[in-house]
Design a protein around this ligand. Sequence first.
Ligand code: HXC
Length: 520
Amino acid sequence: MDIQQEKIKELVERREKARLGGGQKRIDAQHAKGKLTARERLALLLDPGSFEEFDMFVQHRCTNFGMDASHTDGDGVVTGQGTIDGRLVFVFAQDFTVNGGSLSKTMSEKICKVMDMAVRAGAPVIGLNDSGGARIQEGIDALAGYGEIFERNILASGVVPQISVIMGPCAGGAVYSPALTDFTLMVKETSYMFLTGPAVVKSVTGEVVDQEQLGGARVHASKSGVAHFAADSEEDVIAKVKRLLSFIPQNNMETAPLRPTSDPVGRTDDFLNTVIPDNPNKAYDMYKVIGTIVDDGDFFEIHRDFAKNIIVGFAHVGGRSVGVVANQPGVLAGVLDINASRKAARFVRFCDAFNIPLLTLVDVPGFLCGTQQEYGAIITNGAKLLYAYGEATVPKVTVTLRKSYGGAHIVMSCKQLRGDINYAWPSANIAVMGADGAVGVLYGKELMAETDPEKQAALAEEKKKEYNDLFCNPYQAAQKGYIEDVIEPRNTRFRVIRAFESLASKRQEMPAKKHDNLPL
Ligand code: HXC
């Protein structure tokens, strides 16, 4: 009896010590940087009392550089499972207080274990990253550890959702694990991601740049697109993870949870009958349109600050989670460029992999032209979005609001890319191009030959009217069955909900293949 009590006491003490990670001094240093510890972060993330920790007593096995004298139970990562809003998740949180959270082989084994468990259980993996990268003392073992994690990221991709939260340094090859996952969230001021830090950049290229400018949250959320979110604080980033999870399923065999709403399915909105300006070159706010259609006006945007000419995010319609993709006429007239194509393609593929239906709202003048875009491979990048829509087998409902021109018309979930139900508003122009461009091509020589400016303008106007009357409406497409119906804008919400209801049991097969060859 006494021996047993002794052993229990030893366990309790050992657990308490392990919970302190690198010790109180380092915890204080972490707090002084405005950062929480790994365990504090997990406590914020998971439902109270739900955390089940694994491998608390695992220690590194390195003997180089005096490492055999320094052992911490659990090493530099806390791993386990828990629930968020009652749904199972697997987690790892790197502990910066232990050797700067640097990755040892045993840490990699701990992380890989929860990743394997997540795939077996069919539950999301959430990684909280705060690490100095590969543990230098372990050399190739640390690199092998990263390799093991990357391989699991790849195998789990499209099977369970993977979410990376960057809450401190994430440098060198370590950045590739988040890059392989579905969503990356960063915290402003306290997190950064880069392949090589400011000191190396300066010595190699002479460029002087600080951490925040090189790889801070704002930079990655707006310029590179590496981060889907730039949060204001650690609390904010955790709240965003929870909200994100509420729209997505546990794995690729399930659908996202239904969210009951008191917002009537049959709600109409006259605002939509007046939203399209008379001037086709005038912008309007697509966010307002989205807010009017979806349940309770609640739209959770992804990649808000990157490629703002296209909007992507999650919402519910009639209680069902959907991915929304919409051109934004208010930014660059909603044109498709390289970044917009990449952003939307990645989102469409996530939705398709995880059975989230797609609602596409179209108002697109075309692809952005010019040498910058051509040299940057708009051809290959635009093809990514085309490919993503064309391969997607989830229910696809598309509403064309105004412009839908040329290649961009095809790309934005048209009928021929296996669009299920395609509607258009009466204001829709579904054509090869706008009237100005078309008249320039078809009647350029006649217009140039006309020396009287008044007559020239009159001829141009006459030809534009002829073109507009013929093509710049939805009825050419409707007559040929390329769209299912021309709908009154105020009815869009219930038409969309009904469309998704009818597609709830959609089944569509892909031809057998090893894997596709998405144009990368
Ligand atoms: C071992 C490390 C470490 C690492 C930090 N530490 N990084 N130990 N391997 N990679 C240790 C420090 O020695 C220190 O220990 C403690 O962690 C805290 O680090 P500090 O430097 O005091 O903290 P701070 O000032 O906040 O700076 C954090 C940092 C810096 C910016 C991350 O530590 C740093 O630059 N680390 C090296 C980053 C790096 O180059 N990593 C390798 C990347 S390459 P003591 O005991 O002194 O407190 C890579 C390859 C992956 O990761 C390849 C995958 C394919």
